[in-house]
Design a protein around this ligand. Structure first.
Ligand SMILES: *Cc1c(COP(=O)(O)O)cnc(C)c1O
Length: 383
């Protein structure tokens, strides 16, 4: 065991110390922090639904009807009508046979991997996968290999060298870069080698595709075996929780075997009711997705003029790369002086030397607010 104070001091010296902000308002485009109102470009509430009146009203009505806590795990007595109906609606939404709710996306990934992977299996992971997929693989007794980011040629070589069965895991939209996985190629490779593909669409669901069905819809695909779709409800849906979608036998297997499903309290049913309201808006209001695209285009055009280093991203995740952690922190401080909130993202969340401001957009940002961000970045850049 390391001595804690020394370890903390080392982190501070390396500009890797993390601190929390305390918000005194609802999440939104403008948030209250330390008595100041800040313009926020760092939430995953991409559609502006976390504080939407219909979603809040459904939550309140759900609490009136079902109370606040689920009272038990799903397999004991915590599975309410609200959860059940939401699962049916989510399956219908993404075009899968069935869906299963989990309390968080982190737990959903752990649950899928641990339910399906055994000692003699093998797991292939994109090197830039979200921590929950990395931990999910670690928790199994399967052999784990990581392939270079989005490199399907290299993955094909790795697959050709194994006789084992198992799973390929990938973020569908990479959470820190905003680019998309080559899902069509990954589905082909998985089929060819008798593997499953676990696609984590935490940042695509609600945002991508004409109807908001996510990365698969964006690419003209539907998630069908060998694909297992995992998506979260705490980002574009603005609520909390996650679901896994796939064929009936997969969902039944998860109910029998996924430890993070079985041994935990069910989501509050009121959260499920709020999510149903959110899903109705996701389906009905495609203007939110169109607006997001327009704001992202405006930002990218402006940022390119400023000579900022962007990533190849067409999603609302638009990182501005600074390299050294210290520089990213300084840029974040400068933005804060302009009343703008974008925390610096540093290793180990992103690779060494790629510290960044992870700028994200919401459908409810105004054009003038995007312009304000660009002006502030112009000064932060010259820091
Ligand atoms: C946020 C996120 C998760 C975790 O989801 P939670 O519901 O917040 O636990 C999983 N995967 C990716 C890619 C994410 O960005």
């Amino acid at each position: 065991m390391k001595i804690l104070e020394q370890e903390l001091a080392r982190r501070r010296a390396q500009h890797l110390y993390r601190e929390r902000l305390v918000l005194d308002s609802a999440p939104g485009v403008e948030v209250r922090v330390d008595g100041e109102t800040l313009l926020s470009f760092c939430s995953n509430d991409y559609l502006g639904l976390a504080n939407h009146p219909d979603v809040v009203a459904a939550f309140r009505a759900g609490a009136e009807r079902y109370g606040v806590g689920a009272g038990a795990s799903h397999l004991v007595s915590g599975h309410s009508r609200a959860h059940h109906v939401l699962e049916e609606e989510l399956a219908d939404f993404v075009g899968a046979e069935r869906a299963l709710l989990f309390s968080t996306g982190y737990m959903a990934n752990l649950g899928v991997a641990s339910a399906l992977m055994e000692r003699h299996d093998v797991i292939f992971e994109d090197r830039l996968n979200h921590a929950s997929l990395i931990d999910a693989a670690r928790l199994t007794r399967a052999k784990v290999s990581r392939y270079p980011h989005a490199d399907t040629a290299r993955l094909a070589e790795m697959l050709a060298c194994t006789q084992k069965l198992g799973m390929i895991m990938t973020d569908a939209v990479f959470s820190m870069d905003g680019d998309m996985a080559p899902l069509a190629e990954l589905v082909c490779l998985a089929s060819k080698h008798g593997m499953r593909l676990l696609a984590d669409d935490a940042h695509g669901i609600g945002v991508l595709g004409k109807n908001g069905r996510g990365s698969f819809e964006h690419l003209g695909m539907t998630p069908a075996p060998p694909t297992i779709l995992m998506a979260t409800l705490g980002k574009a849906f603005g609520v909390f929780g996650a679901f896994v979608a796939g064929e009936a036998a997969l969902i039944e297997t998860l109910i029998q075997r996924a430890r993070t499903y079985i041994y935990t309290t069910a989501l509050p049913p009121a959260v499920a009711e709020a999510t149903r309201a959110s899903l109705r808006i996701v389906r009905a209001e495609s203007w939110r997705r169109e607006r997001l695209r327009a704001l992202v285009a405006r930002f990218r055009a402006g940022a390119e003029k400023l000579g900022l280093v962007l990533m190849d991203s067409a999603t609302p995740i638009q990182p501005v790369i600074f390299g050294a952690s210290e520089k990213a922190l300084e840029a974040s401080r400068r933005l804060r002086e302009h009343g703008i909130l974008v925390p610096a993202i540093r290793p180990p969340t992103v690779p060494e030397g790629s510290a960044r401001l992870r700028v994200t957009f919401s459908a409810v940002h105004q054009e003038a607010q995007v312009d304000r961000l660009l002006e502030a970045l112009a000064t932060a850049k010259t820091a």
